[in-house]
Design a protein around this ligand. Structure first.
Ligand code: FAD
Length: 693
């Protein structure tokens, strides 16, 4: 039959619509700018770069791409390590790629002679990391639509060779669900996995060893699958670090710790987000308790005028600065102390290598603001550095540590050493001048903002965000080094300064509190807000039960503050039950007197159950208090109470989950399996929410 004009018009419209659908508007709309506004340019002009990974690989002559889905930087670091090893040991032409920088509709045209590696962290309740959300929704969706029309084919990814490793935590219910689900989706789409899909477990503290154990058989399988040849790995730097003696560190274009171009210019500009912190004034700071071995800080961070908004239950991220003492140690052991303010330009030797900080900069700025120099040392990194040892004896020791897991644990991990402490111990403080600076840029994590559960209510103080943080100080019996938390000691130093200490110096750590070019002077700290799903019911008359021992009480202070405000405004507020636990009433009972005030506002609708673990002959924890109040808990749950847990993920949160099922089983006379099912369905209906770390 012939087509008349109307048919043709209809077909043309349909065709345009279909193309628009399958290309997700790529040809029609300006590409989404992942950083928003002016920051795109501030951050190395990402906008305008191709989102086509296959084209990018062709252009740059790559045959292996390592994608990462990373929240705290570990997955990104593992991705870089795989890329590096693939290149130095097997001659692969590798590149690392942030999952959010590419589109995936053309994965069905991925060439057969190349390989894609996926290093995927699972975040929170089995969720993808922020940068992997789009990829995950695409690949795990019900109808994956590829641009070559592969959707009609039941094996559209038949050509794709891939490798997968996941980073998870077995204390969470959805352990490693990201790598498991992506692996299942890729298999379903016909892709060919090389080696096993690996799983690293942060909960058991074996992430690094799991990774090392997974990658050897994976490489062996890849050698077969791609017909590779292993060669002796020789270190090749990824970054070119050029000293610029002709430049002065004070010149306007030199980054002295500013996170991006926006901050280098005179005044900072929003929007503020994970790529662009706001240098916020600290309105108030105090220690809510302070004992011989522990301090807990309460801070009020002023975000007025910044455009930053939050809702009760969100997180605030603090961008840390390394302690002066550790920066000095690091620069000294590398022999860089004398030229710490030398201007350096850093660029990738390969067009796909991304420098993790802005340049030109100085050694001091990189080490102080951009590298995680205090973290535990990776065994693989020790192997890499062995070649640059100052003498053969030290080299032999480094090689042994790098290859013998038990020896490494005995000498390094169990002693809580950071990298500079290890190097200076081995060399008896003699410098290690031959390690290329690039090796540290590659081998150490990019410094990560630390998250805090906001402990105020946005309904009560929308412009001031509270933090409740315990200052980390970890002394392991027998270990020579006490680990002092980077961020919490930085915050403690700020608090001391705010209270008039002329040279705040918590534990001799000596932070550069006024920041790059004194931009943080007057007690400021760089922050951004991360929105969470940990939320009060929108109807305040619904009952809630909260379990938050220690600093786990942080968000619940915000919750109770909010409900007290509703009550003061004459609104009906449901039962508000809080289980809190600490060591002693006289020592670390957080916000003891504030709860009395909330009690006045909420009356009998506020019930606080406190467990003291060291006040009596018997240790009492929140779990004991929950058991004692099982009938009340059950009754409230039957009235559809929301149940919240915050704090320690490793033990407490898991035990509370199990206990809740036991309470339900006992109180309702149900078999435990049935009660467990009820708890699971509470979770999926968001009636059971966790904020754990
Ligand atoms: P880091 O320097 O990061 O050290 C942390 C720990 O790592 C040390 O105690 C030690 O166990 C280990 N470690 C570090 N270096 C070494 C080494 N060289 N050798 C061996 N071990 C080492 N905390 C709060 O206090 N309050 C909150 O409300 C809160 N909310 C959070 C919410 C979320 C969503 C998350 C993810 C975390 C939250 N945290 C909270 C924890 C917080 O983010 C930080 O992890 C914590 O404050 C420690 O940070 P730090 O930089 O001081 O310590």
């Amino acid at each position: 039959a012939q087509l008349d004009t109307l048919d043709i018009v209809v077909l043309a419209v349909l065709l345009v619509g279909t193309v628009a659908y399958f290309t997700k508007g790529t040809y029609w709309a300006k590409q989404a700018d992942p950083y928003g506004g002016s920051l795109a340019h501030a951050n190395g002009a990402k906008a305008g770069k191709s989102r086509n990974i296959i084209e990018k690989m062709e252009e740059s002559g790559k045959n292996c791409v390592v994608f990462y889905g990373s929240q705290t930087g570990t997955a990104e670091d593992y991705a870089s390590r795989l890329a590096k090893e693939g290149s130095s040991r097997f001659g692969l032409k590798t590149m690392v790629a942030d999952l959010e920088d590419y589109d995936y509709e053309n994965l069905d045209t991925f060439p057969e002679d190349k390989v894609a590696m996926f290093v995927l962290a699972t975040y929170g309740e089995g969720e993808p990391t922020d940068n992997a959300v789009e990829f995950y929704e695409f690949i795990h969706g019900d109808d994956v639509a590829f641009s070559e029309g592969g959707g009609a084919d039941d094996k559209p990814l038949g050509n794709l060779k891939y490798v997968a490793f996941g980073l998870g935590n077995n204390t969470y219910e959805h352990y490693n669900s990201m790598v498991r689900n992506v692996n299942a989706s890729l298999e379903k789409l016909g892709a060919q996995r090389v080696g096993e899909a690996g799983e690293g477990d942060d909960g058991a503290g074996t992430m690094e060893e799991d990774f090392l154990a997974w990658k050897e058989p994976m490489w062996a399988a890849l050698v077969k699958a791609m017909d590779l040849e292993e060669r002796e790995a020789v270190y090749e730097p990824v970054f070119d670090v050029v000293e610029r003696p002709e430049m002065d560190a004070e010149e306007d274009e030199v980054y002295l710790g500013e996170p991006n171009k926006n901050h280098l210019n005179a005044s900072q500009k929003g929007p503020y987000n994970a790529h662009n912190p706001y240098i916020a004034p600290i309105a108030e700071s105090k220690e809510v308790f302070n004992t011989n071995d522990r301090n807990c800080l309460h801070m009020e961070i002023d975000v007025s005028g910044s455009g930053i908004t939050y809702t009760t239950g969100d997180h605030i991220a603090v961008w840390p600065t390394n302690a002066g003492k550790e920066v000095d140690r690091f620069l000294t052991v590398l022999g860089l102390a004398d030229k710490r303010h030398m201007v350096i330009s850093v660029k990738g030797l390969d067009p796909t290598a991304k420098v993790p900080f802005p340049s030109p900069t100085t050694y001091d700025a990189v080490v102080r603001y951009h590298m995680e120099i205090c973290a535990p040392v990776s065994r693989q990194f020790v192997s890499t550095l062995a070649a640059f040892s100052p003498n053969e004896t030290i080299k032999a020791e480094m090689v042994k540590m790098g290859s013998d897991k038990d020896y490494f644990h005995e000498k390094v991990a169990n002693n809580n050493l950071n990298i500079a402490q290890l190097l200076e111990t081995l060399s008896e403080r003699a410098p290690w001048p031959s390690i290329p600076f690039s090796a540290f840029i590659e081998g150490l994590h990019k410094i990560q903002p630390r998250y805090y559960s906001i402990s105020s209510s946005s309904a009560v103080q929308k412009d001031k965000i509270s933090i409740t943080a315990v200052v980390e100080s970890l002394a392991k019996p027998g270990a020579p080094h006490i680990v002092k938390g980077v961020t919490t000691n930085y915050l403690l130093a700020l608090k001391q300064k705010q209270h008039g200490a002329p040279e705040p110096d918590p534990h001799g750590l000596n932070y550069a509190l006024t920041g790059p070019r004194n931009k943080y002077d007057g007690i400021h700290v760089p922050v951004h807000v991360r929105h969470s799903n940990f939320k009060l019911p929108s109807d305040p008359s619904k009952p809630i039960i909260m379990v938050g021992p220690g600093t786990g009480v942080a968000p619940f202070r915000g919750f109770v503050q909010e409900r007290a405000a509703h009550a003061r405004a004459g609104e009906k507020v449901g039962k508000t039950v809080l289980f809190f636990g600490c060591r002693r009433k006289s020592e670390d009972f957080l916000y003891e007197h504030e709860w009395d005030q909330y009690k006045k506002d909420l009356g009998d609708n506020f019930v606080l159950h406190v467990a003291f673990s060291r006040d009596g002959p018997k240790k009492v924890y929140v779990q004991h208090k929950m058991k004692e109040n099982a009938a009340e808990i059950n009754e409230l749950l039957q009235q559809k109470a929301y149940f919240y847990v915050c704090g320690d993920a490793a033990n407490m949160a898991r035990e509370v989950n199990t206990l809740l099922a036991q309470i339900i089983a006992e109180q309702r006379g149900l078999p435990e399996s049935k009660a467990e099912e009820i708890v699971r369905s509470m979770r999926s209906a968001n009636q059971y929410q966790e904020d754990v770390w």
